[in-house]
Design a protein around this ligand. Sequence first.
Ligand code: AHR
Length: 497
Amino acid sequence: MEQATLTLDPAFRIGAIDPRIRGSFVEHLGRCVYGGIYEPDHPDADEDGFRTDVLALTRELGVTTVRYPGGNFVSGYRWEDGIGPKDQRPRRLDLAWKTIETNQVGVDEFVAWCRKAKVEPMMAVNLGTRGIEEAAALVEYCNHPSGSYWSDLRVRNGAKDPHRVRIWCLGNEMDGPWQIGHKTAREYGILAKQTAKAMRLVDPDLELVACGSSGRWMPTFASWEAEVLEHCYDVVDYVSLHSYYRPKDGDYASFLASGVDMDAMIEAVVATADYVKAKLRSSKTLHLSYDEWNVWYQQPGDTREWVVAPSLFEDQYSLIDAVVVGSLLNSLLRHADRVRMACFAQLVNVIAPITTETGGPAWRQTTYHPMRLVFQHGVGDALRVEPRGPLVETAQYGAVPQLDASATLDPETGAVALFAVNRSLTEPLVVEADVRALRGVRPVEHLALYGERDATNTKDNPDNVVPRSMPVPELADGRLRVTLPAMSWNLVRLSSD
Ligand code: AHR
């Protein structure tokens, strides 16, 4: 059997993991909001119409931050449509997804849902069809205590206390020609700067995210970031990154190596942001918000029927998708020093780890499991692990390491978590981890997601793909030996008690 090595050493510290990398995304798209988080006629709905089963799964997942209301949706959204008495809210054509938006959920409901889910809201403003004035008014509505038009309206609408929304995205994917109100980098960079200034005049205590590229495949990737940031570097705190992956033409070897692309995207955006920093002679370091990432199969079609909450992008995830998600999480942890926020897209029904049946149950998709375990155990400091070992050939990325790994050390408890993906479709891999620098630790658990490539979880068989307990790895002479099944995602936990 092939063998790889790595090192677990507290001295190889990358940085503290920001809890906000455990974020998600709720967009007015398909059945994410209506039939997902909100379904007033459902037997498990609470007094506000929220599905309590989805709330429970969200809390169990360990999500910290949720981005809202889009996505492409936000670029045509009038937030004022979603406030006040529900029976007076307009039904609108949502041009982004060609559906009818009933506005039964708006900013007040979303913030109320966040409080119940115990997550921090992350709002996006419309810089497609709207601009500075509407963005500043939304901040006033959400965050100004009272005594002004918009804040008093919020109080009259039932929210006496300000919502205190700290994180704001300045638009969404403004580089994309599909975006309503798509802009050039110069146009967007100037608008982002002006909007940021106005929003901060209303509330100086905001954290702002500028739109980066919609993907590494965009023809303007990197030049977009460079030009946008030259205009707005001083007034923003983060630049966004988006990536979605799926196997192309049955090329599963490349699909399993998707983390190579994510690593490259992060490193290119860091380099671009640091280039702008140097050019502007700024003392501020910009951080990254990977605010859309996932595996995504179904592509937008050409539907022309105007309906409410159609089933859109309800991908059913398999075992290999969960392994790839685990690998993408490794990439985020490996860059914990610069990636300070991340949102898997999306939370429920739409390219999501949670699926619901309208009027029926909610269940965990395969991808739910690596997310939950990384969110639970991948806390504290991220460690560089320096893996060495065999390579696997891929059509898209050339030869890539068979072992893809990340590790964390919780300085409060001494607990160590090693997250390891075996990228071989067919061969197991032995990993020897040098843990001599971690004095007094002992291995306590090895969980692995592996098995049939296309196995899924369904309503009738919701626990078909779950992490399986493996023999606790042996530790001898400061070296830990773990066997990773072929095409697997693994968690190895070490305890210091
Ligand atoms: O998450 C689905 C869509 O993907 C979002 O609306 C958009 O921002 C991205 O292209």
